[in-house]
Design a protein around this ligand. Sequence first.
Ligand code: FCX
Length: 432
Amino acid sequence: ISTLKQIMEAKIAESRQRLTKLKKDHGNVPIDQVTIDQVVRGMRGMKALLTETSRLDPFKGITFRGLSIPECQQRLHGKYREPMPESMYWLLLTGEVPTFDQVEELRGELAKRSQIPAHTLDLLNSLPKHMHPMTQLSMGVLSLGAESEFMKAYDAGVKKSEYWISTLEDSLSLVAKLPGMAAIIYNNVYKDGKTCDPSIKYDLSENFGRMLGFSDNNFFELMRLYLTIHCDHEGGNVSSHTTHLVGSALSDVYKAYSAGLNGLAGPLHGLANQECLKWLLELWKVVGDNAEEDSIAVYVKETLKNGKVVPGYGHAVLRVTDPRFLVQMEFAKKSIDDCPLCKIVALCYKVIPRVLKEHGKAQNPYPNVDAHSGALLYYYGLREFEFYTVLFGVSRALGCTASTIWDRALMLPIERPASMTMEGLEEFAAKE
Ligand code: FCX
């Protein structure tokens, strides 16, 4: 990884200068005004974090280091149809689109680091099948911390300005081991417990697909797309923010990301993809293969009447259809001939925004990433929907670890915002 490190070193030096200048010359420039509403509504829209890897615009969606999803599709695919997670990781780490050789270097490095330590294997193999796969993944990630290079460097008294180097080491090892760990969990819980080894011949996505027991090239392409589009969504979402917060206490990246995974496991965040497929399958049972818009509308209204959210719809930041939803819909159109569930997803897209608008509560009535991913996985035969958030977790590690490395590179301090009591807020209200 010498080239990667060299490029990062130069970028980090430049970014440190920019940040020093910002702090020194413009540190007291206001960028936001905090309202009582924001404090009691989950800090919605409050600008309070520095995250370099991606940016989320409510109306345009996500850009990764300035590149939109269609641009990533054009520039990060290597010899494949869909963008490679390895190329995406390089982009997130350096801010540059990698060359073919650079992607190969990173691919080889990840393959070299993919072996899972014996104690983590023993741990995963000892867990009960009824334990949710996300709990298993989070425990597995935490256990990898026994080998943390960052903790060794910290204990040896390495300078703060060099923390990012051992954090990069840990991050590469974590990203390399995650697909194998996820596959072990999958095979233990749903299959015969046997997982093949990854091969240096394949890229991360094909190795992952093969370890899960698949051999279809289109499924590997879906993995490439899935693992790149779920990798990052600016810094304020629960998994990224949690990883950042825990990492800011200088916990190693394994502890920080294990915590992030626990947030991803919540039904309002990453678990929504599992919830969404469950909901879609129930809908399919009721409306059948030749569903009509009206029968879908009736079903959606019933969900809302029961006080439930429609999974896969709405977003805390986005105010348009999630481009990650659109790109999956496009994948279904170009790669899949006949998928009844994808047709229902497309029909839902026509009906649900209208129903949610009439319902009048959701700020954003349009679909998010989770509204489509389950249908594609289901089509290819990955039907154990409790496992879906694990795929999300394998992907989100790219963004969360890249951001943690940059937090250390920019020597950001421990995060410590202030909280208010209701009395304190009332005092502010009384001054109005
Ligand atoms: N169905 C029904 N009601 C919805 C809704 C939906 N899909 N989305 C929002 N609402 C409701 C909220 O529950 C809230 O009701 P309340 O006032 O009674 O509490 C009201 O509309 C206002 O919420 P809003 O400001 O639009 O949304 P939030 O920022 O609070 O929450 C999420 C955003 C994503 C949590 C919300 O839209 C939701 O629950 N969606 C369904 C679950 C989902 O798809 N999550 C995945 C999100 C994502 F992509 C990810 O982060 O992984």
